[in-house]
Design a protein around this ligand. Structure first.
Ligand code: ZN
Ligand code: ZN
Length: 310
């Protein structure tokens, strides 16, 4: 039987406790950078900052579900800040991510996976995909973030004009902020933020791709279909397992994607208590070994999880 041990509502205390780790990392990264001037302190500050940026993306996801803080406004305000730091407009995140949850189970109906259906790639692009997956070049997260959340053509196909107008304004404000920052603090940005940011995208690639890649997900085609119930979506997702403490305090349980699809509005700090029926949840090292042995094209665009039964 599928059930959640604690069917809980958002808690501001738990949200604030969750923020202790990322903001400690940010503080330490700034300290290492400003107070100490050695190659080791530079590397440490970059590692901490990379983890911080990746956690910003996870927190964007939480706020998008309005399940991090109790108040809608706190989720919105913090979500916009996390979106700014993740290079994703918060308003487009909400719309596209909600459609992802609605249509998980039909690869061509879910806007975040529709591009994986029979892609028409040139040999050069195929080689680029394979090399990127092999060498940990974060091509996929870049494609995911820009191809989904800045893609007005995609939004025109999936969203209402009223929502697109709001998203356009969100994009304009973000672009103005980014241009201003590039002009004002370009040196800091390129030497102290960009390397950490690229590293955060490498982490993101590994986790984001684990969630739905190389899993049998049907294609609706021209057949009229209805969304699949959340409780039945679990077979179209994958979790990756880390030590519980690390998953809870550093990944905010974002790795438990099966439980999240079953209970999308359950705050992430309770996801560790969610029980699921069937599990496709390899340990992180096992996941890396299994899927890094495949070519990037095979892993991302071939949906048959042939290795699952091995
Ligand atoms: Zn998902
Ligand atoms: Zn979600």
């Amino acid at each position: 039987m599928k059930k959640v041990i604690h069917k809980q509502r958002p808690s501001n205390i738990k949200a604030l406790v969750s923020l202790v780790v990322p903001f400690t990392e940010l503080g330490l990264a700034v300290l290492f950078h400003t107070a100490l001037h050695s190659p080791i302190s530079y590397i440490l500050s970059q590692l901490l900052l990379a983890l911080f940026f990746f956690q910003c993306f996870i927190l964007l996801h939480e706020c998008g579900h309005k399940s991090f803080f109790k108040s809608k406004w706190a989720n919105q305000g913090f979500g916009h800040i996390m979106g700014f730091l993740s290079l994703i407009p918060f308003t487009s995140w909400i719309e596209i991510h909600n459609l992802h949850h609605k249509w998980t189970g039909f690869r061509d109906k879910d806007p975040t996976t529709e591009g994986t259906v029979n892609p028409k790639f040139s040999p050069f692009t195929k080689a680029l995909v394979n090399i990127s997956w092999r060498l940990y070049i974060p091509l996929f997260t870049l494609g995911y973030r820009f191809g989904n959340y800045w893609n007005l053509e995609k939004m025109n196909r999936h969203l209402k004009p009223k929502n697109i107008r709001i998203i356009r304004w969100n994009m304009i404000v973000l672009l103005l902020l980014y241009v201003g920052i590039i002009i004002l603090v370009s040196k800091t940005l390129f030497f102290y933020v960009l390397p950490a940011y690229i590293l955060s995208l490498v982490l993101s690639d590994l986790v984001i791709l684990s969630q739905h890649s190389h899993i049998d997900i049907p294609i609706a085609g021209n057949v009229p279909v209805r969304p699949i119930r959340y409780s039945d979506q679990v077979i179209y997702t994958r979790s990756i397992i880390f030590p519980k403490f690390f998953a809870h305090y550093f990944l905010f349980n974002f790795n438990l994607h099966e439980a999240h699809h079953q209970h999308p509005s359950l705050p992430a700090y309770y996801l560790g208590s969610a029980i699921i029926d069937k599990s496709n949840a390899p340990g992180f090292i096992e996941y890396l070994k299994r899927y890094k042995s495949l070519s990037g094209m095979n892993f991302v665009f071939n949906t048959k999880d042939k290795l699952k039964t091995r």
